[in-house]
Design a binder for this molecule. Structure first.
Ligand code: SF4
Length: 309
């Protein structure tokens, strides 16, 4: 099975098939904070979280949602002058706010003539029943997915990285979202301190078992002015080499269900703020190396998934 020219089901392929055209995402900052940063749960944040709330390339929160969309469209106007986009609420916790405010900004995004869908990144402990109802409503009228930063299924690592919620919270909310046919994308970070290959692969298996729609693979980035940077300076913990990353991510691809959509195979680092691993700054090279590895080893998504083989 091939997905276009790829050996895995990429988001790009999925969106092209669904909308019969190339669809981009525009990253927006909805002006939120996060209970893990504002003192409600903690004021430290997840250990890797940057001052932008893990959304380095989004629009500016000082601007309205419409202005941010226009600004982002302008940035991609040369390669993408006319097509449709998904409005992606990326920074911080995008359901952590008053219900009326949430409705207002999601609706504002949807009212833009080039927006054909919504992607909302949040924490599983920030979706109460009222928000769930709102998401259900949105899901009926637009193309919607919800992104949840699982990062790991290992409870000890979750404590070490100060994620601030237990696995059962994720389980519960994914069940509720699945029951309402709302698509879920789970994020995983490869290379967290003290995690070996087996632990990372267990997290991927866990995500597959939860029957989510999509997955985002991230390589752990040590970013300036984060608690992770301090830990790195203090302990000099091992950061993944390119070969280790490719080995783990390609093994992960084989564990996935064939229908899952891969939203990302590595992260976007900023040259100015990324401390390690610097090899990841050449994103094109990393992606090409993954493709090459898959081809050389004749690997396809789902090859090691018992349900879909
Ligand atoms: S949940 Fe997201 S925004 Fe909040 S601290 Fe963690 S990474 Fe940062």
């Amino acid at each position: 099975m091939m997905w276009g020219e790829k050996r895995y089901n990429s988001l790009n392929y999925f969106l092209r098939k669904k909308f019969n055209e190339k669809v981009y995402k525009v990253s927006l900052d909805g002006g939120f904070t996060c209970p893990n940063r504002d003192g409600t749960l903690s004021n430290k944040g997840c250990i890797f979280c940057s001052e932008n709330g893990s959304g380095e390339f989004a629009g500016s929160r000082k601007k309205s949602i419409t202005d941010q969309i226009e600004e982002q469209l302008e940035l991609i106007s040369k390669k993408f002058p006319h097509g449709d986009v998904i409005a992606y609420f990326q920074n911080f916790t995008n359901t952590y706010g008053d219900l009326e405010y949430l409705k207002k900004i999601y609706e504002e995004a949807l009212s833009h003539p080039r927006v054909i869908g919504l992607a909302i990144a949040t924490r599983p402990d920030c979706i109460d029943d009222n928000i769930l109802d709102l998401l259900e409503e949105l899901n009926k009228k637009t193309f919607l997915w919800i992104e949840l930063g699982l990062q790991t299924s290992d409870e000890q690592t979750a404590i070490d990285i100060n994620r601030g919620w237990k696995l059962e919270v994720f389980d519960k909310i994914v069940k509720k979202l699945n029951n309402k046919d709302i698509k879920v994308v789970a994020h995983i970070i490869l290379g967290l301190p003290n995690e070996d290959r087996e632990t990372m692969l267990s997290s991927i298996k866990y995500i597959v078992e939860k029957k989510v729609w999509g997955i985002k693979f991230h390589l752990l980035h040590i970013i300036k002015n984060t608690n992770l940077e301090k830990l790195y300076i203090d302990t000099n913990f091992h950061t993944l080499t390119k070969d280790e990353y490719i080995d783990t991510v390609t093994e992960g691809i084989q564990i996935l269900d064939k229908n899952m959509v891969i939203h990302r195979l590595t992260g976007d680092g900023s040259r100015e703020t990324l401390i390690e691993p610097r090899w990841s700054l050449d994103k094109r090279n990393v992606l090409n190396s993954i493709e090459k590895y898959l081809k050389e080893k004749n690997i396809y998504q789902g090859d090691k998934n018992e349900e879909t083989t």
